[in-house]
Design a protein around this ligand. Structure first.
Ligand code: CTP
Length: 400
């Protein structure tokens, strides 16, 4: 599910990060949302209503007593047709108001009178963020079911540094998209492996597989969006872990195996996306092997353990999903691999079509046959995979 057609009320409160919300408004509109902006009086000190109006293509609202809304009921009417209210930036003062049910201007009144969910993106000075009063207010908001996106850490406009920066517009767009995903794996624990492994030959040389980690990270993100608790064990990649996932960095297949063994107990789902090196060098050199040391260099390779097969064979094994990147005969190899590994679901693609790309075309293989997902961004493929996993698990549960 994308953001196409979603109706968002974007509220801006007083903070220098308000200028970034103009960018967020633009990104939401580009994603197909209907965006209605409401600004507090202090927000207008940082960004003009005309900017939001131009970017959203709609009136930006400021005043509780705006006569353009029927019956002077702006505080009710403006949120009734909305799917979500997003407050970005949400100042410390505004969060305090919402936590305590205060309603003394248009935006706080709209929030108090809302029927739709609320997501806030806090932005404030680091001391304001850590002040016990703000901590208390945040706990109250969480108890009240308000979603909280961020804040991030870093340099602040005031010259200080620490937690309190608003998340970047692109990150907030991801948060909003995540908010709308069905919570198909709520309460479940999901373990994902991603990326390549590196097997040392000597201190500077490795044997590795070509893998960007993008598909594995997308699966971890989709599982998080579906409400799962996610642990992501990853080989060396240059990607940021999805918000809220526990990331464990490893290098070799042996390290990945150890990390999986340590994390797998109590997991409901295991998705092995990693391109694990099937072999490692039997005796890696302690020092760099110099040019000319061998006329013909032969390496002895020994087999690495099959992590997925090991997990699948455990007593009370989690629901196991394998991945296969093949170069030919996709269906034939995928069906054989699923049987060999003893797993209920395998996702396969042609390696040459997916490697390093942002798109993929997965086919899922399970007991009922094969299910092509069509071509699309890896995150959308990952969401479809997670939906398929949830459906198979629900069917398993019904059969038990
Ligand atoms: N896998 C694993 N541990 C390994 C090798 C593979 O957990 N040592 C997992 C991968 O993460 C993937 C699946 O097994 O989910 C299939 O990986 P692949 O390398 O395609 O399978 P192999 O059994 O190595 O088969 P092939 O002969 O095609 O190399």
């Amino acid at each position: 599910m994308t953001l196409e057609g979603k109706r968002i009320l974007l509220g801006l409160t007083g903070g220098v990060a308000a200028y970034k919300s103009a960018e967020l408004a633009r990104a939401l509109v580009k994603a197909g949302c209907d965006v209605r902006a409401v600004l507090t009086e202090s927000a207008t000190r940082f960004v003009g209503a005309a900017t939001l109006q131009a970017l959203t293509g709609q009136t930006a609202w400021l005043d509780l007593w705006d006569p353009r809304v029927a019956n002077q009921m702006a505080h009710i009417e403006l949120s009734r047709d909305r799917d979500l209210i997003v407050i970005a930036p949400a100042s410390a003062d505004f969060l305090a108001k919402v936590a305590n049910g205060l309603a003394d201007d248009l935006l706080s009144t709209l929030v108090l009178a809302r029927r739709c969910p609320l997501l806030v993106a806090p932005a404030m000075n680091v001391e304001m963020w850590s002040n016990p009063a703000t901590r208390r207010n945040l706990l109250t908001l969480q108890d009240d079911g308000v979603s909280i996106a961020g804040p991030a850490s870093g340099d602040q406009a005031c010259g200080e540094s620490g937690l309190g920066r608003m998340r970047e517009p692109a990150e907030l767009l991801d948060d909003i998209e995540a908010f709308f995903q069905p919570k198909l794996l709520a309460g479940k624990r999901v373990l994902v492996t991603a990326g390549p492994t590196e097997e040392p030959i000597d201190p500077v040389r490795v044997i590795t597989n070509a893998s960007s980690g993008k598909m594995g990270f997308a699966v971890a993100r989709a599982a998080r969006e579906a409400g799962a608790e996610v642990t992501l064990v990853t080989g060396p990649v240059s990607l940021a872990a999805p918000q809220g996932a526990t990331r464990i960095d490893v290098r070799t297949a042996a390290e990945m195996f150890d990390a999986v063994k340590a994390a797998v107990a109590g997991c409901d789902v295991f998705v092995a996306v990693a391109a694990v090196s099937d072999y490692r060098v039997a005796h890696p050199a302690a020092q760099k092997v110099k040019r000319g040391a061998h006329r013909t260099w032969r390496l002895d390779l020994v087999e690495n353990p099959d992590i997925l097969a090991w997990v699948a064979k455990r007593p009370r094994a989690p629901f196991c999903v394998g991945f296969a990147a093949e170069s030919e005969k996709l269906g034939e190899h995928a069906r054989a691999k699923r049987r060999r590994k003893g797993i209920p679901l395998l996702a396969a693609n042609l390696a040459q079509e997916a490697l390093g790309a942002d798109d993929n075309a997965l086919t899922l293989f399970d007991d009922r046959g094969e299910h092509p997902l069509g071509r699309g961004p890896k995150i959308e493929q990952a969401r479809k995979l997670i939906a398929h996993v949830a459906a198979l698990m629900a069917a398993q549960g019904r059969r038990r």
